[in-house]
Design a protein around this ligand. Structure first.
Ligand SMILES: C[S@@+](CC[C@H](N)C(=O)[O-])C[C@H]1O[C@@H](n2cnc3c(N)ncnc32)[C@H](O)[C@@H]1O
Length: 216
């Protein structure tokens, strides 16, 4: 049953080569060819079902948006939700562990980490997308003025990540300990994810930070 489910997802992904990149390594250094008029390239790591990246692409037609997701079955759900393919938005089937084979140094202008899996057990620390080896990769692939936006409802992951960011010399550019309360007056500017909507409905607080390596 499970195998049939996975095969179905792979088939759907192969049929949607207009929307899904299945061979990201072949695109290293050439991502902007997908949308030559892009002024910048933004990448969401762990895009899930795609609500955030699709809405961001609609709102920002001058930016190329790429969403990376390692699970084919999740990506299939994202594809099912696409009513109209945006020219500036692509999904990538791939694992963040291989980012440096997918992107050349400085090829990405902004990274989004939205509600990354918290991996609470200490022995799984390296799997967190804000663990030190991941941050080292992000440093390489981000452009000189690149930034990372990170959102989570998980206090433990947030504190761990802040520690990692500061240990590795990242500068905190903007920080919120209650994003939805802070943005109340300007809620239309907030683009949410599927997990975010679920957590906010449950009454969870959303933590947010934007970081960068460069000084003004
Ligand atoms: C908790 S979900 C959040 C999904 C979405 N960002 C949201 O906020 O609704 C985390 C997602 O990240 C994906 N993911 C986890 N580790 C990944 C990795 N190393 N590379 C790519 N995707 C990953 C998972 O498959 C999952 O779909």
């Amino acid at each position: 049953m499970r195998l049939r489910h996975i095969k179905n997802a792979q088939e759907v992904l192969h049929e949607r080569s207009d929307l899904v990149v299945l061979d990201p390594i072949a695109h290293q250094g050439k991502w902007r060819d997908l949308y030559p008029k892009a002024k910048a390239l933004h990448l969401e790591i762990g895009m899930g079902k795609g609500q955030f990246i699709l809405e961001m692409a609609k709102r920002n037609p001058d930016i190329l948006f790429l969403g990376l997701e390692k699970q084919a079955s999740v990506l299939k759900k994202a594809i099912d939700k696409v009513e109209k393919k945006e020219d500036n938005c692509w999904f990538i089937l791939g694992d963040a562990e291989e980012l440096l084979s997918m992107f050349l140094p400085q090829e990405v202008d902004k990274l989004y980490l939205n509600f990354s899996d918290p991996w609470p057990k200490k022995r799984h620390t390296k799997r967190r997308l804000t663990a030190s080896h991941h941050l080292e990769q992000y440093t390489v692939l981000l452009s000189s003025q690149g930034t990372i936006e990170f959102k989570t409802d998980n206090r433990h992951l947030f504190e761990f990540s802040l520690r990692m960011f500061t240990e590795q010399g990242w500068i905190l550019d903007e920080l919120s300990l209650n994003l939805h309360e802070d943005k109340q007056d300007n809620s239309e500017s907030l683009v949410t994810t599927e997990y975010e909507d679920r957590f906010v409905t449950k009454g969870n607080i959303i933590y947010y930070v934007r970081i960068k390596k460069w000084k003004e």
